[in-house]
Design a protein around this ligand. Structure first.
Ligand code: ARG
Length: 285
């Protein structure tokens, strides 16, 4: 995805981002091979918060452990395997609106909805919804993302971002990184992963090896044309030849996500109010 240049009103923030990028490069000893070895394994540092306003970090006791995506003012989508061993909502903090780990807005999770079919052995139905106290309103830095209207199309160019493991740091990155990865057709990916690749999963990345998500990026979104198409789920190693990243197909779970994230409830409550008003009007006549 090619991002159009955006002129931020907050120039100081962009400058500080640049300084941090330079610092992170120094900390991790960025080397000259970085452009050849393109495996978040091997993405780029995010520069404009506005471009990643949907991205969140989940942390426990101040420690980042997974990514997530903002669905609306009160709900976050992540991977079920991120939550499997973290079942106490109040132990999980959602960090929003910052490219830097640990900065930005924080919300403690108040409720967890793990997909009821989630299987920790084969990572089937690897999706979960987290509820947070309302964000009030969105800003340029904190925004929701749209759910898909169709299943993923092979060849579509998408972006995955996260604070997970990079080629130079096993403990992840302090500054958000992203990588551009195309969707790979299911028959081509099944040639590698065989029946481990279930029908609610799809692959994105490079069969020849290259840019990929990695440990710590799980739960984050795969964004294609501004739409939340996938959730980082698993993969054999990271950026390996023949083994691209595997993502949960969000389209497959759209109804479940909607039912958990209040959209349907909202519509039905509006319907009830409407019916009540109608009956009142009839009675008044
Ligand atoms: N399971 C990993 C996590 O918990 C994500 C792995 C993604 N791997 C990949 N090669 N795309 O963070």
């Amino acid at each position: 995805m090619v991002y159009p240049p955006v002129f931020s009103s907050n120039i100081l923030n962009q400058i500080s981002t640049m300084v941090v990028i330079l610092q992170v490069h120094n900390i991790f000893g960025a080397n000259t091979n970085i452009s050849q070895d393109i495996r978040i394994i091997n993405g780029s540092y995010a520069f404009y918060q506005e471009h990643f306003s949907y991205q969140v970090s989940l942390s426990k006791f101040g420690q980042h452990f997974c990514g997530g995506t903002i669905l609306n003012l009160e709900y976050i989508v992540t991977a079920a395997h991120c939550i499997y061993n973290n079942r106490r909502p109040s132990d999980i903090t959602v960090n929003l609106g910052s490219l830097k780990q640990g900065l930005g807005v924080r919300r403690k999770v108040t409720d967890i909805f793990m997909h009821p079919g989630y299987d920790n052995k084969n990572l089937r139905h690897d999706i979960a919804i987290l509820k947070i106290p309302s964000l009030g309103n969105f800003t340029n830095f904190i925004k929701n993302i749209t759910l898909p209207d169709s299943s993923p199309k092979a060849g579509t160019n998408c972006t995955v971002a996260g604070w997970g493991v990079t080629e130079t740091s096993d403990s992840g990155t302090l500054h958000l990184k992203y990588a551009k990865v195309p969707i790979i057709s299911t028959p081509r990916c099944r040639a590698s992963y065989k029946d481990q690749l279930k029908k609610e999963m799809f692959c994105a990345g490079y069969l020849e090896g290259g840019s990929d998500a990695c440990q710590g990026d799980s739960g984050g979104g795969l964004i294609c044309d501004q739409i939340l198409t996938g959730v980082v789920s698993w993969g054999h190693e990271c950026g390996e030849k023949y083994y691209p990243g595997v993502y949960t197909d969000v389209f497959y779970y759209k109804d479940w996500i909607r039912s958990k994230s209040n959209c349907l409830k909202l519509i039905s409550s509006h319907l009830i109010i409407f019916i009540c008003l109608f009956i009142n009007l009839l009675l008044l006549k």
